[in-house]
Design a protein around this ligand. Structure first.
Ligand code: HEM
Ligand SMILES: *[C@@H]1O[C@H](CO)[C@@H](O)[C@H](O)[C@H]1NC(C)=O
Ligand SMILES: *[C@@H]1O[C@H](CO)[C@@H](O)[C@H](O)[C@H]1NC(C)=O
Ligand SMILES: *[C@@H]1O[C@H](CO)[C@@H](O)[C@H](O)[C@H]1NC(C)=O
Ligand SMILES: *[C@@H]1O[C@H](CO)[C@@H](O)[C@H](O)[C@H]1NC(C)=O
Ligand SMILES: *[C@@H]1O[C@H](CO)[C@@H](O)[C@H](O)[C@H]1NC(C)=O
Length: 334
């Protein structure tokens, strides 16, 4: 039977619309009820393990939140950060001597496997554990989109090049976020993750001595805080010594991180630059976001939550891509 010109056109348009929906949908194939029949207790199992870990050491909430971030920025949220091996991401600059929580992830995985074997990915475990860590640190909660599968390779170069460094100029930080589909609002809201946790002297000591030809220390660092940090992190001291990212409320997930920035009390250069700015044209946008989050905790929480879901949706492996790792540290074939 011969179709009329109009019917044929409509049938073509329909095909394109279907294709377009599939394509756009590819970015958000994750669903919050992904394990509702295959592993109905996964959320409570993870919650309990994170609770135990945080009870043993409050900082672990921060460490688990950071692992999810370091996973998602490298080859998408695919559990690649968890893979062992000398060519792994654990040995990349942003993780070496600082990424932690791998034992806790092992414990969570063991508990999940004993209830539903071979079903839940390590990448999803990181996403749930990050959410639980924020909640159990006094922050907000949200429904975590799930259904990520685990990657088959680690990417040490990707970790070295893709993750922002604390010494990066604002433009560089913004372009590293843009490279994974995150914008300036996401940069500032997610930097609020530094409301909990610690950082090593090696990540900010460049601000303390010989900062520039004219000045011994970073002029955008509060002078009392400068002296405190100079004694904590002396020249040739232990670069692994740690101090709070948010000195006001180290273990509490609140908006104090942003209030600190407005009084030059950001610990990392990458924190303070969001408020104090540099030559970057985006400085005024980040500064006004910092001010908004500092004065409006609910706005911070709304934006942080949205940005966490966005970050958690970076290039997930779904369908038959990747695998469900049995052990988060190694791919199944090995
Ligand atoms: C904006 C760019 C970012 C930079 C330059 C950056 C850099 C850093 C650095 C240098 C540390 C300390 C690491 C060490 O001691 O060696 C750190 C810790 C941390 N970061 Fe970030 N970060 C950024 C964004 C984020 C994001 C998006 C999150 C999560 C939403 C996050 C969560 C954390 C947490 C929770 C800690 C403390 C971890 C712990 O105590 O174990 N960071 N970050
Ligand atoms: C590693 O990440 C980079 C992006 O930083 C990407 O171009 C490259 O294809 C990745 N390599 C592997 C093996 O996944
Ligand atoms: C960033 O993206 C979110 C949507 O994901 C949007 O609401 C927000 O306005 C964007 N921010 C900027 C600065 O473009
Ligand atoms: C600072 O610079 C001076 C002169 O270049 C040098 O002698 C000194 O060792 C430097 N101090 C630090 C802490 O790097
Ligand atoms: C931190 O400790 C590790 C070993 O635990 C050591 O190899 C490294 O040199 C130390 N880093 C700094 C900056 O002191
Ligand atoms: C935290 O900030 C509040 C004011 O916002 C202040 O009252 C409190 O003393 C600060 N706490 C610390 C430990 O700095």
């Amino acid at each position: 039977m011969k179709m009329s010109r109009g019917a044929s056109f409509r049938s073509w348009s329909l095909r394109w619309v279907v294709l377009l929906i599939c394509f756009v949908g590819g970015k958000s194939q994750l669903t919050t009820d992904f394990y509702s029949t295959s592993c109905p207790n996964v959320l409570s199992i993870v919650r309990k393990q994170v609770q135990n870990a945080i009870k043993a050491e409050m900082r672990m909430g921060a460490s688990l939140l950071r692992l999810h971030f370091h996973d998602c920025f490298v080859n998408g949220c695919d559990g690649s950060v968890l893979l062992d091996g000398s060519d792994g991401e654990k040995f990349a600059g942003p993780n070496l001597n600082s990424a932690r929580g791998f034992d806790v992830v092992d414990n969570i995985k063991t508990a999940v496997e004993s209830s539903c074997s071979g079903v839940v990915s390590c990448a999803d475990i990181l996403a749930i554990a990050a959410r639980d860590s924020v909640l159990l640190s006094g922050g907000p909660t949200w429904k975590v989109p799930l259904g990520r599968r685990d990657g088959l390779v680690a990417n040490q170069t990707g970790s070295n090049n893709g993750l922002p460094a604390p010494f990066d100029p604002l433009d560089t930080i913004i372009s590293k976020f843009a490279a994974v589909g995150l914008n300036v609002t996401d940069v500032v809201a997610l930097s609020g993750g530094h409301t909990i946790g610690l950082a090593r002297c090696a990540t900010f000591s460049n601000r303390l001595f010989n900062f520039s030809a004219n000045s011994g220390s970073d002029p955008t660092l509060d002078t009392t805080m400068t002296s405190d940090l100079q004694s904590l992190c002396p020249v040739n001291g232990d670069g692994n010594k740690t101090t709070a990212l948010d000195r006001n409320s180290t273990d509490l997930f609140d908006n104090h991180y942003f209030k600190n920035l407005a009084v030059n009390k950001g610990l990392l250069s990458s924190d303070q630059v969001l408020y104090s700015g540099d030559s970057s044209t985006a400085s005024s946008t980040t500064k006004s976001l910092v001010e908004s989050y500092g004065s409006n905790p609910n706005l911070f929480i709304t934006d942080f939550t949205n940005s966490m879901i966005k970050m958690g949706s970076i290039s997930p492996l779904t369908g038959s891509n990747g695998e469900i790792r049995k052990n988060c540290r190694v791919v199944n074939s090995s």
